[in-house]
Design a protein around this ligand. Structure first.
Ligand SMILES: [Zn+2]
Length: 227
């Protein structure tokens, strides 16, 4: 019902930090061969590379703040032109504000792309805090794991790539998590109404294992019948 005329699948995944949206975006990426574009990862890449942009970003992100609009919008616009986005993409961590959502609409319209759906993942706050405190990422492929909710099948070995090096994000402290939740309510939550009004919003209960939530998403989007 949400699949548009444009070739490929073009999604936004949204929800408060720690709702598992990055993990679910990874599932959709593998299932449908679409590109997972995590705004956070793109920004952290800049920091890792030590670029000029990265140097400006590092203190901002470490303090729980977001990157400036202009910068992130330009990165996304450039990124979706790349070859690995030919089958479509799932945007994760962007747009975060109404202003960014409006800009995204304009940018996609220029490229002749229509968003097929915006997936909102819903998880209660107390579970979010637990999840974020216990999460870590495979250094090699970027897969996200969690002490309580999504451990690798073999301890210490990545399910996806077999890698054995993991990292925790420096900004995953209780203080910055709470700060990010407040920012989500203030700035990102209005984008939910924005997308609901446009008829593209799909809200899913994100409380459960990765597989259970992934099955809910498939059912909700009715993807398998369309691809
Ligand atoms: Zn891995």
């Amino acid at each position: 019902m949400f699949i548009g005329q444009n070739k490929g699948l073009h999604l936004v995944i949204t929800g408060a930090p720690g709702t598992g949206k990055g993990t679910q975006a990874g599932v959709l990426k593998r299932e449908f061969g679409i590109c997972h574009l995590s705004a956070g990862e793109m920004l952290r890449d800049e920091i890792r590379k030590g670029s000029e942009v990265g140097k400006k970003l590092e203190p901002l992100l470490a303090g729980g703040n977001f990157a400036p609009d202009e910068l992130i919008i330009e990165m996304v616009s450039r990124r979706i032109e790349e070859a690995d986005c030919a089958n479509g993409f799932i945007l994760d961590g962007f747009p975060r504000t109404i202003k960014q959502a409006e800009f995204l609409d304009g940018m996609l319209a220029e490229k002749g792309i229509k968003l097929d759906a915006v997936l909102e993942i819903l998880v209660p706050d107390e579970i979010i805090v637990d999840r974020i405190m216990g999460r870590y990422t495979c250094v090699t492929c970027g897969e996200n794991y969690s002490d309580k909710f999504h451990k690798p099948k073999v301890a210490g070995v990545c399910d996806i790539c077999g890698g054995f090096k993991f990292s925790k994000r420096l900004d995953d402290t209780r203080e910055t998590v709470e700060k990010r939740l407040v920012k989500y309510r203030d700035f990102t939550y209005p984008t939910i109404s924005y997308y609901r009004d446009k008829g593209v919003l799909c809200s899913v209960d994100g409380n459960g294992t990765v597989d259970v939530v992934a099955a809910r998403i498939d059912k909700l989007l009715n993807l398998k019948e369309h691809l």
